[in-house]
Design a protein. Structure first.
Length: 261
């Protein structure tokens, strides 16, 4: 009887863990590709990847929201590689950071996708600027064509009136901080990777930056490419390895740059 009680007690203890709700379950209806949490999802760490949750008029009537594209499978694949290839102590899952809150100040590195469709309120722009001026870093990705560029820059102008984006050059420190990236390789979306690699009319890929008055890159811009798909499909045999590897190298370099500059 004692043995039976021990077994029953052990099984009872397992039930809460098995039935535990996924950490970001409340946002999964807005995500393109939600996945199960790893067993150590709630483990604390020194670095957390922040995924920016913003608003877009294109969210209405869609299966997933614009901020939720490539989320959260892409983030978690990148996190696993960042953990394996560096000595950074990385939290096993991303942290979703709502642009309407001050949570961003707890996360020095944010990722935002499909920013060619974002809409930023004045108070959100002011908060983002304060975040960047305090040393925060934002990487943006997966937007294409001049219309989307103009919409993205509308948000940037709200943060930094009169600012401009500059093309990054080969000697830029962000291309050499961990991996020596001497060649620029466009990372295409999975939907165009086996075609001309041009998505929504975005012909020429650009690696651009918004810098502060001291010359530090505070926003890394991946325009006319889809680094998030490189992360999300890095384990897909139908997605070419060279693009997945390039997306990982670029992401790791941007994390290391943000933490050392």
């Amino acid at each position: 009887m004692i043995g039976v009680c021990v077994v029953v007690g052990a099984l009872a203890a397992l039930v809460p863990a098995q039935m535990r709700e996924r950490v970001w379950a409340r946002y999964e209806h807005e995500m393109q590709d939600p996945v199960d949490d790893p067993p150590d999802a709630i483990r604390k760490a020194e670095f957390q990847l922040g995924r920016l949750r913003y608003r877009s008029p294109m969210d209405r009537g869609r299966r997933y929201y614009r901020w939720g594209i490539d989320v959260n499978k892409g983030d978690r694949t990148f996190i696993s590689l960042l953990t394996r290839l560096t000595r950074i102590d990385v939290k096993p899952i991303e942290t979703i950071v709502d642009i309407g809150t001050e949570d961003m100040f707890q996360h020095p590195w944010l990722m935002a996708g499909s920013v060619g469709d974002w809409r930023i309120a004045p108070e959100e722009a002011a908060r983002m600027r304060q975040y960047l001026e305090r040393g925060g870093f934002l990487m943006v990705d997966d937007f294409h064509n001049e219309r989307e560029w103009a919409t993205f820059m509308e948000g940037i102008q709200q943060m930094y009136p009169g600012s401009h984006a500059e093309e990054m050059e080969d000697p830029d420190a962000a291309f050499h901080v961990v991996f020596d990236m001497k060649e620029r390789i466009r990372v295409p979306g999975a939907n165009v990777v086996h075609g001309d690699q041009i998505e929504r009319g975005g012909v020429v890929p650009h690696w651009r930056a918004i810098r502060d008055e001291k010359g530090r890159m505070v926003i890394a811009i991946c325009f006319n490419m889809d680094v998030g798909d490189g992360w999300e499909f890095a384990d897909d045999p139908h997605y070419p390895e060279k693009f997945g590897a390039e997306s990982m190298r670029l992401g790791i370099n941007y994390v290391a740059y943000a933490m050392t500059h």
